[in-house]
Write a protein that binds this ligand. Sequence first.
Ligand code: SF4
Length: 56
Amino acid sequence: MSCHLNANRSIQCTVTQCKHHCDAENYCSLEQIQVGTHEADPTVKQCTDCMSFDKK
Ligand code: SF4
């Protein structure tokens, strides 16, 4: 199945290095993702991470 059919229009993403990214389009192919943080007290968006990321 092509990623075009799998693209989750509710999850926009530009991380092309992730194996769940839809290469041709900036969407995630997963049904849902988990977002977390690597900081004890997150203050800006850079403190958050997609925990569902998987290196291609
Ligand atoms: S799992 Fe996270 S990083 Fe990977 S494509 Fe989906 S939203 Fe982007």
